[in-house]
Design a protein around this ligand. Structure first.
Ligand code: SF4
Length: 388
């Protein structure tokens, strides 16, 4: 059994203007019930596969899991009864400030949740409005307090590079974020995704385009402000007070296997587990990892259909490990880079000041520089597609 489980709850109150994650508006109780029953059944199926191993982390994300209230507790209960899990495991639930009530947060704590990841994005009501989010700054503070009062680890998401966002507004957002008591802060530059209302508004000239230079300045400010408050940047977009790093997300970045449950959820398995669980039978010889994504059409997913399965060869896995390792502050071992045949590419990136070699002897590691992190996608693309 992979040590990590992701459950996708595909509901939101309404769509935020920039979002292209898979979620649908909550329409009726029957729709929610059908999805909950489907999630329970999928978890049960993993239990029936009787794989050896034990869960270390569970992450209920979305969408907005807290919008289904006690439904989240049903999901956790179903995990508890179907799959073996460590008693000191990490259990995270994503929440939005308008649906993370004190009552629900306390119930989540009682159900074994250890972390709440709150989608704050900004402590500036104007920016929140432009992002089409449905909460207010005040609600974000109330929800953050509820999470801390319940004794849970608070993680918050903040967004920079939003049109109209000043460096001053961003600075205040960082400071207010720190004051919430969060031990983990994710910082994302706004990305314009095709087809989203925000991208349409930018295309029509109603909103100015996100400015990548401004976003880069904001990322640098985040590093300074969060660093001064005791946070360490452990991944390109993630900061934590030492000891509060997300174990679940670290598993993604270190190539560990994980199960994905729910519509549009992704999973990644070793070939043996993929075979034993029926995700993919008859895996060929040069297959080192199996990735799957569940159907995003809810009806199709409920019928157990439409799952996409992709296999990665040993060479692809090696490249993927290097790419993921370069997202982490600790970087990736020089021997892993050499085994992946990527030394030359990294030497070129080094000459451009995007990566550096740190440490000595067998402990040598390639790490992304601050400049490289600002141009992260360029680094990751050249590692993933070295011939282009
Ligand atoms: S709450 Fe999150 S998942 Fe839902 S629409 Fe907004 S950004 Fe997307």
């Amino acid at each position: 059994l992979p040590a990590h489980l992701y459950v996708h709850v595909p509901f939101c109150r309404l769509k935020c203007s920039y979002c292209d994650f898979f979620s649908v508006p909550v329409e009726d109780a029957e729709g929610v019930e059908a999805v909950l029953a489907g999630i329970e059944e999928e978890i049960l199926e993993w239990g029936r596969a009787r794989l050896s191993g034990i869960l270390d982390t569970v992450y209920v994300g979305g969408g907005t899991p807290t919008i289904i209230g006690p439904g989240v507790i049903r999901i956790l209960e179903s995990v508890r009864t179907s799959l073996p899990a460590r008693t000191d495991g990490e259990v995270t639930v994503e929440a939005n400030p308008d649906s993370a009530t004190a009552r629900l947060v306390e119930a989540l704590a009682a159900a074994g949740v250890t972390r709440v990841s709150l989608g704050v994005q900004s402590f500036d009501d104007e920016i929140i409005g432009l992002l089409g989010r449905l909460h207010t700054v005040e609600e974000a503070h109330v929800a953050a307090r509820a999470v801390c009062d319940a004794g849970l680890d608070l993680a918050i998401d903040l967004m920079c590079g939003v049109p109209g966002q000043s460096l001053r507004s961003w600075h205040c957002t960082l400071e207010e974020g720190i004051e919430t008591g969060a031990k983990h802060v994710s910082v994302y530059p706004l990305a314009l995704e095709d087809g989203t209302p925000l991208a349409v508004a930018v295309g029509a000239g109603l909103v100015s385009s996100p400015d990548s230079d401004a976003a880069a300045d904001m990322m640098l400010l985040a590093e300074d402000v969060l660093g001064a408050a005791g946070f360490e940047r452990y991944e390109v977009a993630n900061y934590a007070v030492p000891g509060h790093e997300s174990r679940h997300n670290t598993a993604y970045w270190t190539g560990e296997s994980y199960i994905g449950v729910g519509p549009a959820a992704h999973g990644m398995l070793d070939p043996e587990t993929a075979g034993a669980s029926g995700v993919r039978t008859g895996v060929g010889t040069d297959v080192a990892r199996v990735r799957y994504s569940n159907a995003s059409d809810i009806e199709e997913w409920l019928q157990g259909a439409g799952r996409d399965v992709e296999t990665l060869s040993k060479a692809e896995v090696a490249r993927e490990d290097v790419m993921l390792g370069l997202r982490l502050a600790r970087g990736v071992g020089a021997r892993i880079v050499a085994a992946a045949g990527l030394e030359e590419q990294l030497r070129q990136l080094e000459a451009e000041g995007l990566v550096e070699l740190a440490g000595g002897g067998v402990k040598q590691r390639w790490r992304t520089t601050t400049r490289g992190w600002l141009l992260g996608n360029e680094v990751f693309r050249r590692v993933w597609l070295p011939d282009q």
